[in-house]
Design a protein around this ligand. Structure first.
Ligand SMILES: CC(C)(COP(=O)(O)OP(=O)(O)OC[C@H]1O[C@@H](n2cnc3c(N)ncnc32)[C@H](O)[C@@H]1OP(=O)(O)O)[C@@H](O)C(=O)NCCC(=O)NCCSC(=O)C[C@H](O)C(=O)O
Ligand SMILES: [Mg+2]
Length: 284
């Protein structure tokens, strides 16, 4: 389980001082400070200084601070990494990762900091397992816009053309115990559409959703948090299982359904996630 929640992961253009300032007061679990697609070519170089200065000023609380650099095949990637040496942030996000070699290329240029991968190319999907298994890899972010472009698929409300890719990445992430965050919902004024896509992502097993606008935060925070009913059930399952164990039984029954060891692991994860959310919200 992630030690911290990642229900709402907000992209903020690294070039926009107003948005960087605003982020200090927003109810997101994590921030992706973007140097890639949200920043125009003319702003790329100045954005590095703007971002490093914002990171050094701080004020982002316990939210995870993730920085997305430009693609490794661009003229900006090496300069981005150089500018980030010694900066205060939690993870570096690499766009358009196609293989573990791409991850290693960044690992060779910056020490210690956990690396995350944008999963958004056909090669990335086919190599998801080796990318997740890289020793520095700590999280996957689905790049569903680039993925749609590369697959030449249509955007559909049910995301049918993307389900194989989403599930391949989720499988790889879960096999390695790293974080997995779903892609963005582009129509940022469409609350019902966002809610439905968050529910789908949560049902699939994602830890949260990447977002592009503050208006999307509350919906993702609700969708990816354990519900009151889930917390109540988890507590009752743990209590019933403890009581069964005390009587020498290996199985309990709650609400007419069996509860075994493996269900207790899920119940404990539910309570741990609720506690991590309460901790983060209490600290902001
Ligand atoms: C989408 C936007 C361009 C809309 O901007 P704007 O028209 O300014 O929105 P509002 O006027 O409604 O903004 C209201 C206030 O909220 C602040 N704001 C807006 N967006 C953000 C944000 N992301 N973080 C923090 N604060 C934000 C505005 O400053 C306003 O504040 P105030 O002045 O106090 O009123 C804009 O939302 C935006 O640029 N969003 C981010 C876009 C982005 O990051 N894109 C790249 C990531 S998505 C991606 O790359 C996908 C992936 O790679 C893939 O392949 O799928
Ligand atoms: Mg992308």
């Amino acid at each position: 389980m992630p030690a911290r929640p990642y229900r709402s992961v907000l992209y903020i253009p690294g070039s926009k001082e107003r948005a960087l300032e605003k982020a200090r007061g927003l109810a997101c679990d994590a921030i992706i400070f973007d140097l890639e697609d949200a920043v125009s070519p003319q702003e790329k170089v100045n954005a590095r200084d703007t971002l490093v200065s914002a990171l050094s000023t701080g004020g982002f609380g316990n939210r995870a601070r993730i920085v997305r650099i430009n693609g490794l095949d661009t003229e900006w990637a090496a300069g981005d990494i150089a500018a980030l040496q010694g900066a205060d942030f939690d993870a570096l996000l690499i766009p358009k990762v196609g293989s573990a070699a791409d991850v290693q290329a960044v690992a060779d240029q910056i020490a210690d900091i956990p690396l995350w991968a944008m999963m958004e190319t056909p090669a990335g999907m086919l190599n998801a397992a080796e990318i997740a298994a890289h020793p520095r890899m700590a999280g996957f972010v689905m790049g569903t816009n680039d993925l749609a472009k590369e697959l030449k698929c249509r955007f559909r409300a049910d995301r049918l053309p993307m389900l194989t890719s989403l599930q391949l990445c989720l499988l790889a992430a879960r096999a390695e115990g790293i974080v997995a965050v779903d892609g963005v919902y582009n129509a940022f004024k469409d609350e019902d559409g966002l809610r439905a896509e968050c529910e789908q992502g949560r049902d699939m097993g994602f830890d949260g959703k990447t977002l592009i606008h503050p208006a999307q935060l509350a919906i993702a925070n609700t969708a990816f948090a354990p519900t009151e009913a889930e917390i109540d059930l988890a507590e009752r399952q743990i209590a019933a299982f403890d009581a069964a164990k005390a009587e020498g039984q290996g199985v309990a029954v709650v609400d007419g359904k069996i509860v075994e060891n493996l269900h207790i692991v899920t119940a404990q994860e539910t309570l741990a996630k609720a506690a991590a959310i309460a901790d983060l919200e209490g600290s902001l």
